[in-house]
Design a protein around this ligand. Structure first.
Ligand code: GRF
Length: 205
């Protein structure tokens, strides 16, 4: 299973998956990293790991979002990616990539979807909302993506307790630790066929 990552920032989830591959806990091969942010640590991680990495964003090379979408798809195909992992990717996936990889784009969200998902629910906002709502537990969701934010089929979830004295930072750190484990475990269940993904789309008519 060839995995390509789309990331925007730290890439710690991406690193956890790469480490799982190297340790033999995940039967997969990281083949490419695509990042929309030139300064992202995810790009440094890719360089350290010797994984081909691309900074792709709308700009001179890709004048608009449609061109960027096509360029991302061409990059994924060039590296024969079977599965895309969104590892903290802050942009919406374009229609061309979504159509070609529907059912094969995995996202990780730092809460128990459908709670605390949707537009604007990312990073610290999620944990702040969980604390403000007085939740006693939160967690992690691994899911497939569709056209909307955080609504695709759920593949796996894990709970994380909320402590009475939790801060956003403390909770975020505890959830992230859980993310690092569940993402690789879920990808391994896909690799082993324990989770069956929808059939890949056929060639365009
Ligand atoms: C994680 O909390 C993930 O759930 C969310 O974005 C964050 C990415 O963190 N989608 P990292 O870049 O993997 O460190």
């Amino acid at each position: 299973m060839n995995i390509a990552f789309l990331a925007s920032h730290g890439g710690s989830n991406m690193q956890a998956v790469i480490d799982a591959c190297k340790a033999g806990r995940l039967d997969a091969r990281p083949v490419a990293v695509i990042c929309n942010n030139a300064g992202a640590p995810a790009l440094d991680r890719a360089a350290r790991e010797g994984i081909p990495a691309y900074h792709l964003c709308a700009g001179r090379r890709c004048p608009d979002e449609a061109a960027l979408d096509r360029e991302i798809l061409a990059t994924l195909r060039r590296h024969a990616a079977d599965l895309i992992v969104l590892a903290g990717y802050m942009k919406k996936i374009g229609p061309a990539v979504l159509a070609a990889y529907r059912g094969r784009i995995v996202n990780i969200h730092p809460a128990l979807l459908p709670k605390f998902g949707g537009k604007g629910m990312y990073g610290r906002h999620v944990h702040a909302a969980v604390l403000a709502a007085g939740e006693r537990e939160t967690g992690v969701t691994v899911h497939l993506i569709d056209e909307n934010y955080d609504t695709g089929p759920i593949l796996a979830q894990a709970t994380v307790p909320v402590r009475p004295d939790d801060t956003v930072d403390a909770l975020a750190a505890r959830v992230l630790e859980r993310e690092h484990v569940i993402l690789s475990e879920t990808l391994q269940r896909i690799a082993k066929g324990d989770i069956t993904l929808p059939a890949p789309p056929g060639p365009a008519a």
